[in-house]
Design a protein around this ligand. Structure first.
Ligand code: A3P
Length: 320
């Protein structure tokens, strides 16, 4: 069977070699596949695999986002919501295990021979995260009635977050990507799993068309009104909080456990290692703030305003 898997992945490699390329962010190139840009080796092969082989279960829950939009936070929230009767808050797995191990990325982690490579062996209900654009979702997910929770974040903060992340994870032998170039590419739609604009709009439109299947969340709203939004999430995935849980502090416990300050300062997230991506877990926790770019010294008004204009188009469509 290993040989068969090897053969399949080699065939993906052959396809990837023929795809249009552009300058990479954290990898040498980005490749254009089905209208979006991906990092070859870190995700694209996984997406191809999923499109052909992934089988959804009626009990699955999917968390989808464009990179750097709050995936880590929502992973923690969903994991805690779904498993709240299984674990005690004082010995909760999230206190000692990376959230990325608790909730795998379908396209990065369920891939080749990583420890959690086979989604079939995971117990139900499975929670999967992915950065796949809507139009590329495997049929099995498109046709299912499983809930999809999408999180979107304002593009300025996504860009800053992405640049900072790339600086940390980029192999040293690759040339650095200046903030200016990153800005231009991001606006043009050439960013990992981008275009960001099409990613967000794809799920926004789908959420309007299929409101009971896709919940469209915004990072900024979650920050502003965490209580209200966590309740929306719980209800949407079919696990609404009971009156008793609201009164006995369960909701607050989950919010506290998943808060930026709590998670960032856990030993596992400060010094632990994310094997699949070969990075430290701390790269996923930086500032956790809203609208950082407005105070960023490297963005002057002129350039910022281009982003604002573009941002308004998408954000306008998303009523932000
Ligand atoms: P910043 O770089 O702006 O700080 P993703 O998880 O999609 O990769 O997004 C990463 C962003 O979410 C980073 O933003 C990170 O700091 C922030 N983040 C991580 N954990 C968080 C949490 N528990 N609450 C709020 N924001 C969080």
């Amino acid at each position: 069977e290993e040989e068969e898997i090897e053969r399949i992945y080699n065939s993906y490699g052959n396809i990837i070699a023929t795809l249009p390329r552009n300058r990479g962010w954290a990898t040498q190139h980005l490749c254009q596949y089905q209208g979006f840009w991906f990092q070859p080796m870190v995700g694209l092969e996984g997406i191809m695999w999923m499109q052909q082989h992934f089988i959804s279960r009626p009990t699955d829950v999917y968390l989808i986002s464009s990179p750097k939009s709050g995936t880590t936070w929502l992973k923690a929230l969903l994991f805690s919501i779904m498993n709240r009767t299984r674990f005690d808050f004082s010995t909760h797995p999230l206190l000692t295990t990376s959230v990325h191990e608790c909730v795998p990325f379908m396209d990065f982690d369920l891939f080749k021979t990583t420890p959690i490579a086979d989604p079939e062996v995971l117990p139900s209900p499975r929670i999967f995260a992915t950065h796949i654009p809507f139009t590329l979702l495997p049929d099995s997910i498109q046709k299912s009635s499983c809930p999809i929770v999408y999180i979107c974040r304002n593009p300025k903060d996504v860009l800053v977050s992405l640049c900072q992340f790339v600086m940390k994870v980029k192999p040293k032998d690759l040339p650095p990507l200046s903030l200016e170039d990153a800005f231009e590419m991001f606006c043009e739609g050439i960013s990992p799993c981008g275009s960001y604009w099409d990613h967000v709009l794809g799920y926004w439109k789908a959420s309007l068309e299929f409101p009971s299947k896709i919940l469209f969340l915004k990072y900024e709203d979650m920050k502003e009104e965490p209580l209200l939004n966590i309740k929306r999430v719980a209800e949407f995935v079919g696990r609404p909080f009971s009156l008793e849980e609201e009164e006995n502090g369960t909701v607050q416990e989950i919010l506290k456990l998943c808060s930026f300050e709590k998670m960032k300062n856990l030993e596992v997230n400060k010094n632990g290692f994310y094997r699949v991506r070969n990075t430290k877990n701390d790269v996923f926790f930086r500032e956790g703030k809203v609208r950082e770019l407005e105070n960023h010294p490297n963005f002057n008004a002129g350039r910022g305003s281009v982003l604002t204009t573009k941002g308004t188009v998408v954000m306008g469509a998303c009523i932000m």
